[in-house]
Design a protein around this ligand. Structure first.
Ligand code: F6P
Length: 363
């Protein structure tokens, strides 16, 4: 029987539990054994009880739960080769040679590196007499399959990452709450949203909530943005708007790459437009709570596809990442998706914002 490991890694995201549930149940349905690796790569390095076989009932109720019930951690030791050597040993001892990882681009790249090193790690384990050739023989190749779990929706080659729509919903709900009080007092609110270097959450929240102005990392405002923003907001007020909402992505910056801080935006609205202005940083509220219907569906379909990808993999197949493109679940080469994602960051660092935007459009 094939033994498959499933883990969540990096920042948690709503829908990760749905992915674990789907992997567990699809593996069992395909006559495989399936193991949950607790606390991400930490569990792989620690081994023992941190790698537990899962039954059908062990994931009951997982679909709607937020966060990740099998835990996640930033694991320093897995970043070093000695940590990965122990991880390889722990996997062979449990008979696992396939890993399905739900996490961000960093976690998925780490996994692919592990796959490339795998034959060398096994040789070293034999040399050090940690394992025998007979023990290692059935596990010559490691299969890695990625599922993108992140609220940021920052991976190229997929329309949606697991968690992004739950987070967007939470942001919209929070802005609606703020709207009511802003309207009552005719106030302005500067709302900072998450997304790391990606402006998807901020942009979509701006569109969905009818914000007056949005600041994004990929498309910084014109050089005279301070006057520009004030002009637009003044016009909105003159048209009779009683409230002002400005959304600032946490990675937003100007065309010189200088961070646009919510405090600076607040000061402009207060001093230039004389608006009574407050700042709200939504913070981790955006990452918590139950998964929305879309994320439950996405994680279930992708989790099932990930198991199929493991069973169909050959030693030559590059590690795939399971994506959603134009409403279809598809596989794409993991490393290419990560490479394209990094190209956006590189374009921003080079101040080539047109390229950054066209790369995001191409996604
Ligand atoms: O990647 C998800 C995310 O929530 C980002 O939007 C944010 O920048 C970061 O993680 C926060 O990380 P932490 O929870 O470690 O503070």
């Amino acid at each position: 029987k094939r033994r498959i490991g499933v883990m969540t890694s990096g920042g948690d995201a709503p829908g990760m539990n749905g992915a674990v549930r789907a992997v567990v149940r699809m593996s069992i349905a395909q006559n495989c054994e399936v193991y949950a690796i607790y606390e991400g790569y930490e569990g792989l390095v620690q081994g023992g009880d941190m790698i537990k076989e899962m039954g059908w009932d062990d994931v009951r109720g997982f679909l709607s739960e937020g966060g990740t019930l099998i835990g996640t951690a930033r694991c320093k030791s897995f970043m070093e080769r000695p940590g990965r050597l122990i991880a390889a040993k722990n996997m062979i001892v449990k008979g696992i040679d396939a890993l399905i990882i739900c996490g961000g681009d960093g976690s998925l790249t780490g996994a692919d590196k592990f796959r490339k090193e795998w034959p060398g790690l096994l040789e070293e384990l034999i040399q050090k007499q940690e394992l025998t050739e007979e023990q290692v023989e059935p596990f010559k190749h490691l299969n890695i399959v990625g599922l993108v779990g992140s609220i940021d929706n920052d991976l190229s080659m997929t329309d949606a990452t697991i968690g992004c729509y739950s987070s967007l919903g939470r942001i919209c709900e929070s802005v609606d709450y703020i709207d009511a009080t802003a309207f009552s007092h005719q106030r302005a609110f500067v709302i900072e949203v998450m997304g790391r270097h990606c402006g998807w959450l901020a942009l979509m929240a701006g569109v969905s909530c009818g914000a007056d102005f949005v600041f994004l990392p990929e498309n910084p405002p014109p050089l005279d943005w301070e006057d520009d923003m004030c002009k637009i907001i003044k016009k909105h007020r003159e048209l009779g708007k009683r409230k002002t909402i400005v959304i600032v992505a946490e990675g937003a910056h100007d065309r010189y790459l200088k961070k646009i801080s919510p405090a600076h935006v607040r000061d402009l609205l207060t001093n230039k437009l004389h608006l009574d202005t407050r700042i709200t940083t939504l913070g981790h509220v955006q990452r918590g709570g139950t998964a929305c219907a879309y994320d439950r569906m996405l994680s279930t379909l992708q989790g099932a596809e990930a198991v199929k990808a493991v069973l169909e993999a050959t030693p030559e197949t590059p590690s795939p990442v399971i994506c959603m493109i134009e409403n279809k679940i598809v596989r794409r080469p993991l490393l290419e998706a990560v490479k394209q994602t990094h190209e956006v960051a590189e374009a921003i660092a080079a101040k080539d914002f047109d390229r950054a935007m066209s790369l995001r459009d191409a996604e």
